[in-house]
Design a protein around this ligand. Structure first.
Ligand SMILES: [Zn+2]
Length: 645
């Protein structure tokens, strides 16, 4: 509540002071700011004097800016520095709408050289205009890498002259939404077929986009997925898969030289088109099943002396790396490229957590951190019941913001390999451009600040105020943004915790804790910590069996209430229990059944649902047994607390 009041208070200040805006509105927070007396008042455009200096503290992107009553002076050693100074000025002047700005001195430079935003154009195609609009916004917040996920099962999105079926066929599908396509037979259709959904970028489109991005000092990193996530390629060119049949394989056949011919031809066109130093080659989530039985793949393993199919993945990645390096470029891949041995010069994008990134750093590889828990913007950003359908999870602005990329377990002499951070928006459930924009902003602000600002200059409360301000400006500029002002936030009890009679008491597990979602282990159900909107928040304990526990209250106690809350999210297979039995006992041996609570939530409801299985009673006991029966749908049971009062 305090935060909300403060925000309102600051908003009031903003509107009162909207005629004299200063560095306090700037995202990302500059490295060093000194407020001076006076204001600079201008009528048309601010008077800006640019001084090019040879060296400036903080590297080529750094700048120094001084605002006096007479005008603005910018010092920088490069065009990029000048550009970023202008972005700061642009924010201070509210895009030229604010005619009085606070006198000040700003010294500013980035913490990390790589400040990325990822766009998934495969699941749902995005227009060039949409990409340009996001590039504009990225530039405002000093982000400098746009990673475009151009290929995946849901559609190939780049013109390749040597393989026209990629865009005549593999770029189109009968269903508009990924969800319908995924739930259906996952087929493609001919370009121009009635109702065909999809699209692709011509080389002309890409050149236009590259020019636009370069003018804003943003590099575009193209991603061509291999060896997996390639169903669309293998439907268009089945001979590249192990089975040689369309709609059978996800991975390229590593035993087949034709796969390498294809990939090298595609990458040659990609490299000719994109000037990016990095070429992203994917590398994630390869199932590798067909490789185990494919004659050609087995032959390759024999010849190379491999004993695991992981080595086939790394064989392909290493050959492709050699090829990409021969063209003067570097590969970057998801952290699975570590499996089976990492290609010698590869940069790793760590998404499954940060462990992969840390491992790669200690091996001397460059790393971009993009851990799902903090950087996956496809998770819902507010209470799920108020938000558009999403892939699940809960990633509010604050959580993105508090991510600190440098961890204590990183070897100090390898931290220079940590090149930056990136926010990713996978688009399975993000159909429209407006929805995508809504998912990016304001969460990408938070990532931008983590990437640019010094950790000592980060402050959540202050950032939220700046974010509210920046959102107003973006709205005026025609962006569809999240309504941060009216954010609902985390489940209320998850914010406050809960006092009750079983808090701190011992729990006896009649069925053992399982490995997948242990939360805080044996104290989970009586720690007073209530679960949030997502089962992956380490507050919910997950079971692929019944949950059967006995709480020992330590002494005979008057009991008027026993309950526990379960969640249901049928997508990932999380269900309510079939029923819960509540038992009590004075001696821990002889138990009396107090009540059986039956489930009444339908499993056909796709929403995230919570239900308390509880009973009001009038008992005297020391032991309470809470037994939740696994749903006939099987799947997971998630429980956060056994509440006794
Ligand atoms: Zn094969």
């Amino acid at each position: 509540m305090r935060r909300i009041l403060l925000s309102l208070f600051c908003l009031a200040i903003y509107s009162l002071q909207s005629l004299a805006q200063g560095p306090h509105v700037v995202i990302p927070a500059p490295a060093d700011v000194h407020i001076a007396d006076g204001k600079y008042v201008y009528t048309d455009k601010p008077e800006v004097r640019i001084v090019t200096v040879r060296n400036i503290e903080g590297g080529p992107e750094a700048y120094f800016m001084k605002v006096t009553p007479k005008g603005v002076t910018i010092k920088a050693s490069t065009d990029v520095g000048v550009f970023y100074a202008r972005q700061t000025l642009r924010q201070m002047t509210g895009n030229g709408k604010v005619k009085e700005i606070q006198c000040c001195e700003i010294k500013d430079f980035p913490r990390f050289p790589y400040r990325g935003l990822h766009v998934d154009v495969s699941r749902h195609f995005r227009s060039v205009d949409f990409l340009k609009k996001q590039i504009d916004a990225m530039a405002r917040f000093k982000m400098n890498r746009m990673h475009i996920h151009l290929t995946d099962a849901a559609g190939w999105r780049l013109q390749i002259d040597a393989y026209p079926r990629l865009t005549d066929f593999a770029a189109w599908r009968p269903q508009t939404t990924w969800k319908e396509w995924w739930a259906g037979d996952r087929k493609y259709c001919e370009k121009g077929a009635p109702g065909a959904y999809g699209g692709y970028y011509t080389k002309e489109d890409i050149r236009e986009l590259l020019e636009y991005a370069a003018a804003r000092h943003i590099q575009i990193i193209p991603e061509i997925e291999l060896p997996s996530h390639s169903e669309e390629v293998l439907a268009a060119y089945p001979e590249l898969g192990c089975s040689s049949e369309a709609y059978k394989d996800s991975e390229f056949c590593v035993g087949n030289e034709t796969s390498f011919e294809f990939l090298e031809a595609v990458l040659t066109e990609v490299i000719d088109l994109f000037p990016s130093e990095y070429i992203h080659i994917g590398g994630d989530e390869a199932g590798k099943q067909h490789w185990k039985t494919c004659e050609k793949c087995q032959q390759r393993m024999l010849e190379e002396g491999f004993d695991s199919v992981d080595q086939l993945q790394s064989y392909m990645v290493q050959r492709i790396e050699k090829f990409v390096n021969s063209k003067g470029r570097k590969i970057i891949g998801w952290d699975e490229i570590l499996d089976g041995g990492l290609a010698p010069n590869a940069t790793v994008m760590s998404w499954r957590g940060t462990e992969g990134g840390i491992k790669a750093m200690s091996m001397g590889h460059d790393v971009i951190m993009t851990p799902g828990r903090y950087c996956y913007l496809d998770h819902t950003q507010d209470a799920p019941f108020r938000e558009p359908e999403s892939i699940g999870g809960y990633l509010p602005l604050d959580t993105v913001y508090v991510y600190e990329p440098v961890e204590a377990t990183m070897p100090a002499d390898r931290i220079h390999h940590l090149k930056g951070v990136q926010a990713n928006l996978w688009s399975e459930y993000v159909v429209s451009d407006e929805h995508a924009e809504y998912m990016y902003w304001p969460r990408a602000f938070a990532l931008a600040e983590t990437a640019w600002s010094l950790p000592q200059n980060k402050n959540l409360e202050d950032f939220r105020n700046r974010a509210l301000h920046a959102l107003e400006v973006m709205k005026e500029d025609g962006y569809s943004v999240f309504d941060l002002k009216n954010e609902y936030g985390e489940r209320k009890l998850a914010q406050t915790g809960l006092e009750h009679k079983a808090k701190g008491k011992t729990v006896i597990y009649n069925k053992p804790i399982q490995q997948w979602y242990p939360a805080s282990g044996e104290t989970t159900f009586t720690d007073g910590v209530i679960g949030g909107w997502t089962y992956s928040d380490n507050r919910w304990q997950g079971f692929l069996s019944d949950i059967d526990v006995t709480v020992d209250l330590g002494e005979i106690t008057d009991i008027s209430y026993v309950g526990g809350t379960f969640m249901q999210l049928v997508g990932p297979g999380v269900f309510m229990p079939e029923k819960v039995d509540v038992w009590v006992s004075e001696n821990g041996v002889d138990f009396t059944l107090v009540s059986t609570i039956w489930n009444d939530i339908s499993t056909s409801n796709p929403d995230l649902l919570f239900k308390s299985f509880d009973v009001v009673c009038d008992c005297v006991a020391r032991y309470v047994r809470y037994h939740a029966y696994r749903s006939p749908m099987r799947g997971f049971l998630f429980l956060d607390e056994v509440v006794v009062n």
